[in-house]
Design a protein around this ligand. Structure first.
Ligand code: SAH
Length: 398
């Protein structure tokens, strides 16, 4: 039987030997003819030395993603079942009576590049991002049934990035009935609802779990402004932390409706939460012009940049936002500020926030370096898996 192979250019093997899972088309010297896009190949150097096993899509610039280091390794139901079971097991300590939502498979970081699987209570949502994973759709669903056996399974492969792999977007109810009125899961004791079908990404931003808990600790008696609130996860955490008032700001009315519902569901004090549908940038300027002040401001914007050419523009965006927020903070007030743009390193993000404080002539302390929740592991050989970074700051003066 013919074994499909791709051969790596001399000098380009290094990252593969260091177990980085991405192989760009520019690193490929040659490939066996007519490899069906998405199928598994052996990766070798020009001397014929085996390097890794990967799936390959010749139509993409990110052409191959490594799945393991044994020749002949295949993506199939057995492999998905084994890796999903391992990922499920790794996260067992995170499943408690007060938390039933988790990322179970975080793509490359769980050795399943191009696949995301989230569990929300008795529901599993999966997302396929590459041709290699697309070919394995049935095996993935079978593995989810074997390992997790949820009541419902939803596919939310409706990410535009699939176009790069020549794939259409797909959204499908694979098993069960959609929970009417949204799904209500538990995060550290908070009941949080969102729309499984039309909500962002796979429904909910699980990566902020730990940060919601941390922010809650600084909310006692505070006037809180939660910018880019989505369904109000941070708002409810601040409410539980004893906030005097919380304002949730987002451009999505549907998300804000959930934020209101979530506040009430957690029996948080009536009349202390309001939602504002607005563009955060414009709204922050408005508040500044009105001379408004807050004790705790949360900035959790969407990803600002996905290609290097636009890095400067993204930094200016982050700087503007943080500058506005620092102006609105009372002395001794707290700023929880995030970036989920993978291209912006932790160092760079800190420099941007420093730039904002420095322009304002302010002393600002970092109290916590913030990151993604522990169900979003980072693979050491794949630093790209660390994408969410943040700072919890306190404004000292003026
Ligand atoms: N902090 C949220 C997640 C934020 S995701 C949580 O803990 O769940 C980013 C949110 O920003 C989305 O809800 C999106 O609707 C909103 N958004 C994006 N651009 C915006 C803008 N310019 N103004 C207001 N909201 C915006």
């Amino acid at each position: 039987m013919r074994i499909n192979q791709i051969t790596i250019k001399p000098g380009k093997e290094r990252s593969i030997l260091q177990r980085h899972p991405w192989i760009f088309s520019g690193a490929i010297h040659s490939a066996t003819k007519a490899i069906p896009p998405g199928s598994c190949v052996n990766v070798q150097d020009t001397k014929g030395q085996f390097l890794a096993r990967a799936y390959y899509n010749p139509d993409c610039s990110l052409a191959a993603r490594v799945i393991g280091y044994e020749p002949g390794l295949e993506l199939n139901e057995a492999l998905f079942t084994q890796r999903l079971a391992a990922a499920w097991q790794r996260r067992a300590p995170l499943r408690t009576t007060s938390s039933n939502m988790q990322r179970i498979v975080a793509s490359e970081a769980d050795l399943l590049p191009g696949l995301i699987i989230d569990r929300y209570d008795d529901w599993v949502v999966f997302q396929i991002l590459t041709r290699g994973m697309e070919l394995q759709r049935d095996a993935i669903i079978a593995a989810i049934r074997t390992v997790i056996n949820p009541k419902g399974i939803v596919e939310r492969s409706d990410e535009a990035i699939r176009k790069k792999e020549g794939l259409e977007e797909r959204k499908e109810l694979v098993q069960g009935e959609l929970p009417p009125g949204g799904l209500f899961g538990l995060e550290d004791g908070l009941k949080l609802g969102f729309d499984l079908w039309d909500g962002h990404k796979t429904g909910f931003y699980l990566d902020q779990r730990i940060n919601r808990e941390i922010v809650g600790r600084y909310a006692a008696d505070a006037e809180v402004l939660n910018c880019f609130s989505y369904t109000g996860g941070f708002s409810c955490a601040a409410g539980r932390g004893g906030a005097r008032s919380v304002t949730s700001v987002d451009e999505s009315r549907a998300a804000l409706d959930f934020a209101e519902q979530n506040w009430a569901l957690n029996s948080l004090p009536e009349g202390r939460h309001q939602t504002v549908r607005a563009d955060v940038f414009a709204y922050l300027r408005e508040l500044r012009d009105q001379g408004r002040n807050f004790d705790l401001i949360i900035l959790d914007p969407p990803k600002f940049v996905s290609d290097k050419q636009h890095l400067d523009r993204a930094c200016r965006g982050y700087k503007d936002l943080n500058l506005l927020a620092l102006q609105l903070l009372r002395p001794q007030g707290y700023l929880a500020t995030y970036s989920c743009s993978g291209l912006i390193s932790r160092d760079l993000f800190q420099k941007v926030v420093f730039g904002a404080a420095s322009d304002l002539g302010m002393d600002v302390q970092i109290l916590h370096h913030l990151s993604q929740a522990d169900d979003h592991p980072v693979l050491l050989s794949f630093p790209e898996s660390l994408y969410l970074k943040g700072l919890l700051c306190q404004k000292l003066s003026p």
